[in-house]
Design a protein around this ligand. Structure first.
Ligand code: PEP
Ligand code: MN
Length: 297
């Protein structure tokens, strides 16, 4: 018999039946080549906010791969709040990302902003990123159903967890259940940070949904020095991975330089995560408990 895991949230979330956890043992593990997201590995995605040039992206790809990242991020289509800001290299950026994958073996995650671009982005990318500003773009969510690639769904900056799961359910009802949820900070009255990192979102989502959950400490913080401590918090709270902005020279970045790490800072952050990663709990505690209970009685 299926049983809800947490009666407190039952009803609020279980209506999203394709993405809600209705069964204690269910965990979605997304496989991309030999990479597993939502499995035992803690998967780090890293790279610049935007693809600016081949040189910038390839240098970053080699650096983050050497430090232990498994996925390369980089926007080719950028949802900028200002119409005067750099909007991304588009198709040229996608081709540069594909070249970086060929050179490093890293999987690629990049943002798709509109339904018309889905086939093109799916041709070059391993994971389709839906940005915070697009979380409620239902035409886009629907178009991601048949795209054949996993989706990284970022929480909207003014969205509740219920809103996030509703959007995930839209993608799932259109045929794609390979969805990674991402907490990237929300708008609050606080102005010291770009957004407010809702740390409780991670264990709530892990409890009410069977989907993998990752954290974006870069957009949550908006400030470089806060990225490593928020990344450590993400490991400790049970996230399945991180997406982090890294740039060869952050102060010259065309977007989000203030929150981007240098190669050295990223490497230091990765090393500092090791002791926290060693403390991670077994991935399938529900399953293990059941096995133990059966063996013991
Ligand atoms: C990004 O990943 O560069 C980005 C625009 O993030 P968000 O959609 O979370 O603001
Ligand atoms: Mn960014």
């Amino acid at each position: 018999m299926r049983r809800p895991v947490n009666s407190h949230w039952n009803g609020q979330f279980s209506c999203f039946d394709l993405v809600a956890r209705l069964d204690e043992c269910r965990h979605t593990v997304i496989e991309i080549g030999d990479l597993e997201i939502g499995g035992d590995d803690f998967v780090v995605m890293a790279g610049p906010c935007a693809v600016e040039s081949e040189r910038q992206l390839l240098a970053t790809a080699h650096a983050v791969a050497a430090s232990g990242a498994r996925v390369l991020r980089g926007g080719a289509y950028k949802p900028r709040s200002s119409p005067y800001a750099f909007q991304g290299l588009g198709l040229e950026g996608l081709k540069i990302l594909a070249k970086a994958r060929a050179e490093t073996g890293l999987a690629i995650v990049t943002e798709v902003m509109c339904p018309e671009d889905v086939p093109q982005v799916a041709e070059y990318s391993d994971i389709m990123q839906v940005g915070a500003r697009s979380m409620e773009n239902y035409a886009l969510l629907q178009a991601l159903g048949p795209c054949g690639r996993p989706v990284l769904l970022k929480r909207g900056m003014c969205s509740t967890l219920e809103d996030l799961l509703r959007s995930a359910q839209v993608i799932a009802t259109h045929g794609n259940a390979d969805i990674i949820l991402c907490e990237r900070g929300i708008r609050t009255f606080e102005t010291a940070t770009r957004n407010t990192f809702d740390i409780a979102a991670v264990p709530v989502l892990k409890t009410v949904s069977h989907l993998p959950v990752i954290v974006d400490p870069s957009h949550a913080a908006g400030i470089r020095m806060l990225v490593p401590p928020l990344a450590r918090a993400a490991v400790a709270i049970g996230a399945d991975g991180l997406i982090v902005e890294v740039h060869p020279s952050p102060d010259q970045a065309w977007s989000d330089g203030k929150q981007s790490l240098t190669f050295q800072q990223f490497d230091d952050m990765m090393r500092d995560l090791d002791p926290y990663l060693a403390l991670r709990e077994p991935k399938y505690p529900g399953k293990l408990e059941l096995v133990a209970a059966r063996g013991g009685h």
